[in-house]
Design a protein around this ligand. Sequence first.
Ligand code: F6R
Length: 348
Amino acid sequence: MNDIDRFTQLDPQDMRGHIDGLPSQLESGWELGMNQPLPDGPRPKMVILAGMGGSAIGADLAAAYLGPSFPIPLIVWRGYELPASAGPEALVILSSHSGNTEETLSAYDAARRSRARLLAITTGGELARRCDHEGLPAWRFEHRGQPRAAVGFSFALILAALHRVGLAEEAWGEIQAAAEAMRLQQHDLRAETPVARNPARRMAGQFLDRFPLIIAGGLLAPVARRWRTQIAEVAKAVAQFEELPEADHNMVAGVDHPESLITRTMAVFLRASLDSPRLAARVEATRHILMVEGFNTDVIEAAGATRLAQQWTCLHYGDYVAYYLAMAYGVDPTPVAAIEELKSRLRG
Ligand code: F6R
């Protein structure tokens, strides 16, 4: 059996198709967001992006991308309730693929109590039902698949919303450039490209039977988290991520023990040439410390000529790596039984 046939057998719900289609999804998300109803009211004084897991990462990506130029406080909120500062002048964007996530519904209740302006991004569920019932805007996107595979929608819809309330620049050109850079990079990363010419498949080989540790800062900090969470949810494997510059103030002191784990760790640094040069210097210096201590290390240079392109090509690369790691472990990349079981146990 050739590799593609084996992948298809292990992947009956076609996670690979979702990953291959991510550049187009990013574009569709923006286009959809430009045609949806906005919440009423003046320009907000603060923005809270609330969601969990695969529906929160789009918020992290938007916050890292917009962060340096965003004119007002921007908080990504994972959890119950909302910060006390979320009053009537705040815009709360609730992102939940299913619309049924307990923490996000709790944030909805908190936003209603504090009379914050509210916008939901979802495929439906209880969140959409509540918004419809109360006449609040709910941006629905069509997506049959896992929330984590809809990251292009959750990111681009948030970006479009922030643009349309006057807080972010028009970004269609940026989105198109990012999608093009992803498509260009994709030639080498797709399953059709043999291992010898496919860096994502080789990286998955480096992770196999090792502990992946992903390290990045700035624009790519949420991408390191994405690599880590995709390794968990797609490959069903342990991994961890660290954020720079913070890791240089603690993690680097704790790299001596246990030796058996250190020699089985594969530390991968993600670097974006368009991000701060101080971060690039930190990647070099931090990598040096880990190498001296016996860690296996590597650096991925993000492709693309714009900040958004570098963020998204690097994310896409990690999605492919996690997929090939799933294939190498012989697991179905789609179901997340442990997450479902937890949700149903907590529902009681
Ligand atoms: C599953 C996934 C999860 C969910 C999370 C929240 O693919 O990515 O992390 O995103 O459990 O669920 P939703 O997105 O439905 O609010």
